[in-house]
Design a protein around this ligand. Structure first.
Ligand code: UT7
Length: 321
């Protein structure tokens, strides 16, 4: 049995912030941002919460799947920007949905979070433990980016995406590959709370995202290409057989480099980074939902998904839609 996506949903905050608007607050320009990243605008939360956005995306995915919340056996929620440390956003979504029969677990793999969530769902389905699983990717990155650092804050956006999976004998996830390299963690970093207690009061922490952009860029192009190559090779697949590649929407130039490496047709790599910016763990399910609702994905079509980001983490999935 494979974990197979039967419904998708997404949610974006109402506030849209263009590059021109950012340029009113910092020394940047639409021209610089578009030429380096492909991003023209992003959605920014001004009242929305991480759990609230996840809930909306989850409801829409359940509706699309024709499934009731009580049927769910597991909720896997990927985020690096929850509203609370405890309870997890996964548990908050479980409560608000009324998914009383589902265990709820949060997963932190930064921008690879949703892809790793799908892989985890696949492992539970393959093991015969659960059949009905909700996977959510959600971020309110606007609260952890450093708005005084123009090289990072212009990249990110907020939003949520979700997928409902059931066990299927044929379609669904066929194979996946996933990696982590903690030795390169400093390339993309955001500290948690500092150590402060009765005995230590002075530890300094930076509770904002810091990034070595060029290092992450090189890592992404190399590792995403490599992981897709490996997945194609071990499943004896030619690129011509793949109908669609759904890649983490970090930067249009990263995606274009992967297209070039694979000698593929750029049309097979849909993007929404222009409109949503980099929404980390939410980017793959946001794009997936857009494509699903637009009828862009055909049942039986072979699809590759890739996530990459902080940790460092990366991975790819081969699925039959
Ligand atoms: O989910 C994974 C998340 N991370 C990524 O996807 C990031 C991958 N990296 C990148 O996308 C690129 O490295 C960036 C878009 C972040 C930066 O592009 P770059 O071509 O690597 O630029 P840079 O950092 O080398 O900076 C070039 C210049 C610098 O000025 P000087 O020193 O040449 O005078 C920066 O100060 O551009 C300047 N700069 C800006 N100028 C206008 C940096 N940020 C901005 C800005 N507007 N927002």
């Amino acid at each position: 049995m494979n974990a197979h996506i039967i419904g998708t949903g997404s949610f974006l905050p109402a506030k849209v912030v263009t590059n021109f608007e950012l340029a009113e607050h910092m020394d940047t320009s639409d021209e610089w941002i578009v030429s380096r990243t492909g991003i023209r605008q992003r959605h920014i939360a001004v009242g929305e919460t991480t759990a609230g956005m996840a809930l909306e995306a989850a409801k829409r995915a359940l509706e699309d799947a024709g499934m009731q919340p009580e049927e769910l056996e597991m909720i896997l929620l990927a985020t690096v920007s929850p509203d609370h440390i405890v309870p997890s956003a996964a548990c908050e979504v479980q409560a608000m949905l009324g998914a009383k029969n589902a265990v709820a677990i949060e997963l932190n793999a930064a921008c690879s979070g949703f892809v790793f969530g799908l892989n985890t769902a696949q492992a539970y389905v393959r093991a015969g433990i659960y059949k009905k699983i909700l996977v959510v990717g959600v971020e309110t990155l606007s609260k952890i980016v450093d708005w005084s650092d123009r090289s990072t804050c212009i990249l990110f956006g907020d939003g949520a995406g979700a997928a409902v999976l059931t066990a299927d004998e044929n379609a669904g996830i066929q194979d996946f590959i996933q990696f982590a390299d903690g030795t390169k963690g400093e390339a993309l970093l955001c500290d948690a709370k500092p150590l402060r207690n009765l005995f230590v009061q002075n530890e300094q922490k930076q509770e904002h995202v810091r990034m070595d952009g060029q290092e992450v860029f090189k890592f992404a192009v190399r590792r995403v290409s490599e992981s897709i190559d490996q997945l194609l090779e071990r499943n004896s697949l030619a690129t011509q057989e793949i109908g669609c590649y759904i890649l983490h929407q970090a930067n249009a130039r990263i995606i274009q480099s992967v297209v070039k490496h694979l000698k593929e047709d750029g049309e097979k790599f849909p993007m929404n980074v222009e409109r949503c910016g980099n929404t980390s763990g939410a980017s793959v399910p946001l794009l997936l939902d857009e494509l699903n609702r637009a009828g862009r994905l055909k049942r039986g079509e072979k699809v590759i998904m890739s996530g990459f980001g902080g940790g460092l983490t990366w991975g790819s999935i081969y699925m039959i839609w």
